[in-house]
Design a protein around this ligand. Structure first.
Ligand SMILES: [Zn+2]
Ligand SMILES: [Zn+2]
Length: 378
């Protein structure tokens, strides 16, 4: 591509804007600083544990409530109901209950502790490159046009890609920016405070398995605690049965009040999975027929079983944020572009990266970034 004089001036301006952003990893002249891992200066609002292996949202209070409710209810069930039920009925009850409990706990922790599919933010160079592309596409009038969207056609349906001003990327189809975690998440479903994480492309199936198995576990405990109370009341009367196992009363109350929402949620997500929709799309009514009869969901395979298979058994994409990788001390943090990511607009990352590095060698032009922002030049 041939750039005119004014274009190369713009390029200088862009690279100047980009390299002035004061991110902690841009310390080109300090070679001997101890190496930092990427999770330590992750731009989103997330918490990391175990040297970056565990990733959660910043607010995790409700997650601990979920954990306590499950642990306490199951603990009471296994301590006070299971010995009686195993003796009176069958030892299969604690075995099945235990297996369900382990499955619930496993899927919960897998949902809560993993990367939901966070899209890496554009590096300053990639952002500058994208700005330049946008300006070229809009005839470079100098004024920034307010709508920053791209349109792509997916299965005959036009889908708008919005530009994320925080992550400086065009969001891929179905991605959305979580305001709580401050990240763009692939196939964003919703932010779930109960699991203390976003639910997106990389943890949706575990979230679904969690709520589904939790429905079964809640119904299972509820049914067998009632059975326990009935069996005891046959022996010694209803009131003394309640007195004999006060824990059962607490379990019944917890299960009774939670089962409706859990089963309802499982049903809702079963519907979403079978039609290949996300909660986000359902709430916005993205594919609602109210928007016109040509408005159909382009992601649906047209078959309930294929949709379910795709959501639950399809290949799981790798994490794109490489949170345990080291920050290169002499270069800005680079998105792992080799992971098969399509950055929708923030392409040519390597190229622009090299170009800007050459440019930063030069003395900066007298135009400051603030004057560019103030005056719509060129
Ligand atoms: Zn974003
Ligand atoms: Zn979130």
């Amino acid at each position: 591509m041939h750039l005119g004089v004014s274009e190369s001036m713009r390029e200088c301006e862009y690279s100047q804007i980009s390299t002035r952003s004061s991110t902690p990893m841009e310390t080109p002249y300090k070679k001997r600083t101890p190496k930092k891992k990427k999770w330590e200066s992750f731009p989103g609002r997330n918490k990391f544990y175990c040297d970056g292996r565990i990733m959660m949202a910043k607010q995790t209070g409700v997650f601990y409530l979920t954990l306590v409710l499950i642990l306490v209810t199951c603990g009471l069930f296994f301590t006070f109901d299971c010995p009686y039920l195993a003796l009176q009925l069958t030892p299969a009850i604690p075995v099945i209950g235990g297996a369900l409990f382990l499955f619930v706990l496993g899927t919960l922790l897998r949902t809560s502790f993993s990367d939901p599919g966070v899209l890496p933010r554009a590096t300053p160079d990639e952002a500058a490159d994208l700005e330049r592309q946008i300006d070229v596409a809009n005839g470079s009038t100098g004024y920034r046009p307010p709508p920053r969207t791209k349109e792509v056609v997916i299965n005959g349906q036009t889908v708008k890609l919005k530009y994320c001003f925080t992550c400086k990327i065009f969001r891929p189809p179905r991605a959305s920016h979580c305001s709580l975690c401050d990240n763009c998440v692939e196939r964003f479903d919703h932010h779930c405070p109960w699991v203390g994480n976003c639910v997106g492309r990389r943890n949706y199936r575990f979230f679904y398995m969690f709520i589904l198995s939790l429905s079964f576990l809640t119904i299972f405990i509820f049914a067998f605690v009632i059975t326990h109370i009935i069996l005891r009341s046959h022996q010694s009367g209803f009131l003394s049965a309640l007195k004999g196992s006060p824990a059962s009363v607490l379990e019944v109350v917890v299960c009774f009040f939670s089962v409706w929402s859990i089963v309802g949620l499982s049903g809702f997500h079963t519907y979403l999975i079978s039609s290949n929709q996300t909660t986000n799309e359902d709430i916005k009514g993205s594919w609602s027929s109210k928007r016109g009869k040509d408005n159909y969901n382009p992601y649906s395979y047209g078959n309930i079983f294929t949709n379910c298979f795709a959501a639950l058994c399809g290949p799981l994409p790798p994490s794109l944020i490489d949170r345990r990788g080291f920050i290169q001390s002499d270069t800005p943090q680079l998105a792992p572009s080799t992971n098969g990511i399509t950055m929708y607009g923030a392409t040519q990352s390597q190229q622009s990266h090299m170009v800007s590095e050459i440019e930063t060698e030069r003395p900066p032009p007298p135009l400051s970034s603030s004057s560019r922002a103030a005056s719509p030049s060129s």
